[in-house]
Design a protein around this ligand. Structure first.
Ligand code: ATP
Length: 255
């Protein structure tokens, strides 16, 4: 049985917007699944339903056992500007009543995972965009999630920083062996990170194509220049174009 099965999910909001319709997806343990599709096709909605932050209008979200610990990373780092990196990462544990002293080791481990062990006392305004996103990632990791949901986390960063954070995310995955569901508009980011790429239709979103990436982990720069990388990117772009209503502006294909 897969770790997670989403069956015939539909989501209609009270204002009448139908975000998802008959959306099916199975996710295996340690998958890195990327959702890609036109703007507004329901990608964030899928993540919110997986996280239990919202309920489907119909259909099921079924875990193979109890719902696992889930970490959520958003496009904006959403850090408390007045608080140190340490205090920001502490937040999810603090909300569960874990004292600073009891949380210290886990916070330090999370900061170390994202390479910020020397910046525990820095405030967000003292950190670069990439570093702020690392703090946000550490905050998601501090509760030791089995499943990590990332909603366009690197979209606002420059390309070099994005590439570096892609490598760091894969390195973190190697260490923690977590399952990842990632949302992006970048075809190349999707190929580099994922073992599966789910191409979605325009709203209401459903699965148009589920494309496997055979390249084994760990991956390196060599993969970015390989024939299979370019071929998979081409396949995804074609699947995205195949959808007649595609908002082409919403999909970036950059090298
Ligand atoms: N709470 C809500 N109430 C009403 N409509 C909503 C709500 N949340 C999302 N929507 C609408 O549902 C649709 C799907 O939204 P969602 O954020 O899941 O799309 P997305 O694929 O993540 O978009 P983007 O790529 O632009 O981030 C959009 O049209 C959005 O405006």
């Amino acid at each position: 049985m897969p770790l997670l099965r989403l069956s015939s999910l539909s989501k209609r909001f009270p204002n009448g917007v139908s975000a998802l319709d008959d959306f099916d997806l199975s996710i295996e343990r340690e998958d890195v699944v990327t959702l890609i599709g036109p703007s507004g096709c329901g990608k964030s909605t899928v993540l919110r339903l997986i996280a239990g932050l919202d309920e489907p209008s119909s259909g099921h979200v079924a875990w193979s056992g109890a719902r696992p610990e889930i970490g959520f990373v958003f496009q904006e780092p959403t850090l408390m500007p007045w608080a140190s990196a340490f205090a920001n990462v502490w937040l999810p544990l603090r909300l569960r009543g874990v004292s600073r002293a009891h949380a210290r080791e886990r916070i330090e481990q999370a900061l170390e995972l994202v390479g910020l062990e020397d910046f525990a006392e820095a405030r967000p305004d003292q950190l670069s965009g990439g570093m702020k996103m690392r703090v946000s990632l550490a905050r998601a990791l501090v509760s030791k999630p089995e499943v990590l949901l990332l909603d366009e986390p690197f979209a606002a960063l420059d390309e070099m920083t994005r590439f570096r954070l892609n490598d760091e995310l894969l390195a973190i995955r190697e260490r923690l062996r977590c399952t990842i569901v990632f949302v992006t508009h970048s075809v190349f980011e999707a190929v580099y990170l994922s073992n599966r790429i789910v191409v979605m239709s325009t709203r209401p979103g459903r699965v148009v194509e589920d494309i496997g990436v055979a390249e084994q982990y760990p991956r390196s720069e060599a993969f970015r220049t390989s024939v299979s990388y370019a071929e998979t990117a081409r396949q995804i772009s074609k699947a995205l174009r195949g959808d007649s209503g595609l908002d082409k502006q919403a999909v970036q294909v950059h090298s």
